[in-house]
Design a protein around this ligand. Structure first.
Ligand SMILES: Nc1ncnc2c1ncn2[C@@H]1O[C@H](COP(=O)(O)OP(=O)(O)O)[C@@H](O)[C@H]1O
Ligand SMILES: [Mg+2]
Length: 422
């Protein structure tokens, strides 16, 4: 096979298998490292959801040749840059006058800097630096995303882009974001791509680029997070930087260890951009398949109700993740993330469709629909849950006031939420 067509996949310091991809045909293969299989360690790292089997034989895949999976099994496609990361990747390549890069080369750049615990080798080595300046990163980002609209400044050098490339391509999603680490000792901020020790707090920072001038999206997201704990929903501690950037602690870096995390899409191969498998019922089934404790199904139910009442319609299959526990060889629901009012409240959208169907519906969800799901998955007291979460509506209003969200934005959000009350 030609050079660069194979890459090693490592987890917790062990080679667990090798991945190959033929870009021309869009076919990939994965072979577990037989020594890893024989060790009978971490039997469940890739649960048998119908994608990878625990066999020493080479497994072939042709069904992932699309924009979501880029040819490779979903477990590894989860490590690839998403919408925002891809824009940065492209800008960086252009600055180096390279145009084409293979999917496996992208994984070689991800190397040991990715989200979760999967690592890829041999790695493409990038210079290591120890300081970052968020404002500088934002200035470069504005150029990359063409927000400055000054042609003179558009030619960006690889040197200018290196930081944003290293810190901005690992996390998925569409919004601009970087990873940083903050020293527990002196509060100093360093790049968040390599360090994962317990001497630091590790954050994902969603950056406010002021591109939607009158709508402080990250501040609204911050307000939503304050509601989550009151709704009985687990999330990570978060805060605002400079009153506008949204920083949330990473659940894939805890107690100085990398956590093996996969999205619902990464675990199953359910395409988060397609309606085919995108439903809450499927998420509940996945929870049952993974044998997560029933309390976590109840938590998922609260998230579903919250997302309906608070209009988080963008709750797709990559906005739900699971964390692997290597000691118990078991999976758990990850803390909630990307929970916010999903659309720009200053724009009058006619009809919006939910990413995840509930009782077969993507809009006009009623209490009856929510109760049906509770019945199917034996969730106790659903009416009480709906009531409790609905009662948080005025709390959001207060939070937005406290955070000085512009009145037009707050009013528009509250207006839409209240009109749609169940
Ligand atoms: N607190 C967190 N810890 C670890 N990973 C996270 C956390 N929050 C989000 N992620 C990961 O980063 C990705 C992007 O974050 P998200 O909030 O969904 O951004 P976007 O609004 O751009 O979709 C998520 O899909 C998830 O995989
Ligand atoms: Mg997201």
């Amino acid at each position: 096979m030609a050079k660069n067509n194979i890459i090693d996949v490592n987890l917790f310091g062990q080679e667990i298998g090798r991945l190959s991809l033929d870009e021309q045909s869009g076919r990939s293969s994965f072979q577990y490292n037989p020594a890893f299989l024989e060790s009978n360690k971490w039997m469940n790292v890739f649960p048998e959801t119908g994608v990878l089997k625990r066999t020493p034989h080479v497994q072939l895949f042709s069904q992932f040749d699309n924009t979501t999976f880029k040819g490779i099994p979903p477990q590894f496609a989860d490590s690839l840059p998403d919408k925002f990361g891809s824009i940065i990747f492209q800008a960086w390549l252009e600055s180096k006058e390279e145009t084409e890069i293979t999917v496996l080369e992208q994984l070689a750049y991800v190397a040991n800097r990715g989200m979760g615990a999967l690592e890829y080798s041999p790695a493409k080595v990038l210079p290591r630096n120890t300081t970052i300046d968020i404002e500088k990163i934002i200035a470069v980002l504005k150029d990359v995303l063409d927000l400055k609209k000054t042609t003179a400044e558009k030619e960006l050098s690889a040197a200018a882009l290196i930081n944003i490339f290293k810190l901005g391509t690992s996390a998925g999603g569409a919004r601009p974001k970087i990873v940083i680490s903050e020293s527990k000792e002196d509060g100093s901020i360093i790049p968040g791509d390599l360090e994962y020790s317990d001497s630091y707090k590790h954050y994902l920072v969603k950056l406010a680029l002021d591109d939607e001038a009158s709508y402080p999206r990250e501040v609204v997201e911050f307000c939503y997070y304050q509601l989550l704990s009151q709704a009985g929903i687990t999330t990570m501690p978060c805060h605002l930087i400079a009153n506008k950037h949204f920083a949330i602690e990473r659940f894939d870096r805890q107690e100085g260890k990398k956590q093996h995390v996969l999205t619902a899409t990464g675990l199953t191969g359910w395409d988060f951009t397609a309606t085919t498998d995108s439903s809450y019922e499927n998420l509940f089934r996945l929870c049952n398949f993974l044998k997560v404790p029933h309390a976590q199904l109840e938590e998922l139910y609260r998230r579903m109700v919250f997302n309906v009442i608070f209009h988080n319609t963008d709750d797709h299959l990559k906005n739900h993740s699971f964390i692997y526990d290597p000691i118990k060889d078991a999976w758990n629901l990850a803390p909630a993330y990307d929970v916010t009012f999903a659309l720009n409240p200053l724009i009058a959208f006619k009809k919006t469709k939910r990413a995840l169907a509930i009782n077969g519906k993507r809009g006009a969800i009623s209490e009856k629909d929510l109760l049906k799901v509770a019945e199917a998955f034996t969730i106790k007291n659903p009416k009480g849950i709906i009531k409790k979460i609905t009662a948080l509506l005025p709390v959001l209003e207060n939070l937005m006031k406290q955070q000085q969200v512009p009145r037009a934005v707050a009013e528009s959000i509250m207006d839409r939420l209240i009109k749609a009350t169940l």
